[in-house]
Design a protein around this ligand. Structure first.
Ligand code: ZN
Length: 188
């Protein structure tokens, strides 16, 4: 994320071509066995956006995944030591657009402080539920984050807002062909 944000800031869109980074929301424990070995094998850069107030707990915010285990602090420190970047996904997976001003800033500032404690020095943020507003993105910036990502959106480097960066969603049921289709013209 840091390399891409720096290129976006400098307007070096040529160098951005063919640059890819992987991001993972929530910090599920199966990252350790599913994604980490593959990322390390391919030396692929990645950021995991963690729910900093719920390390080691279950993903209780979601009906679908409420029993899914989140990585504990020692596991987060382990992936950081392996070169995986950490980002914030708030303290409690809060929808920023529903919070009052005080709670909005508390979620952002406490979460950022937690990232620092865990050894992170580049502060990236991912909006829980993909929910953002101009007030929310302003608060993310004012709280000392260097960029923020949404869950979807059109990739237009020349017009990128670094506090509202789009991502391409990869789901478990997608095969390689449908993933390729994001990048290649239909007749390739
Ligand atoms: Zn999430």
């Amino acid at each position: 994320m840091a390399a891409i944000v720096n290129l976006l800031k400098s307007g070096d869109y040529q160098s951005l071509k063919k640059k890819v980074t992987f991001t993972f929301d929530d910090g599920y424990r199966d990252f350790l066995t599913g994604a980490l070995p593959v990322l390390l094998r391919h030396k692929a850069p990645a950021t995991v956006f963690i729910v900093t107030g719920m390390l080691g707990e279950k993903a209780s915010w979601s009906g679908n995944s409420k029993h899914v285990q989140l990585m504990a602090e020692d596991e987060i420190r382990h992936i950081r030591a392996q070169g995986i970047a950490l980002g914030s996904h708030t303290m409690t997976h809060a929808d920023l657009t529903t919070l009052d001003q005080e709670e909005l800033y508390r979620q952002l500032k406490e979460s950022r402080a937690r990232l620092r404690d865990l050894g992170e020095s580049f502060y990236a943020f991912s909006y829980p539920w993909g929910q953002w507003s101009s007030q929310a993105s302003g608060a993310v910036k004012a709280s000392g984050y260097e960029c923020a990502v949404t869950v979807s959106g059109e990739i237009r480097p020349g017009r990128a807002d670094i506090y509202c960066l789009p991502r391409i969603t990869m789901r478990g049921d997608m095969d390689f062909k449908s993933f390729q289709a994001f990048f290649l013209p239909a007749d390739c």
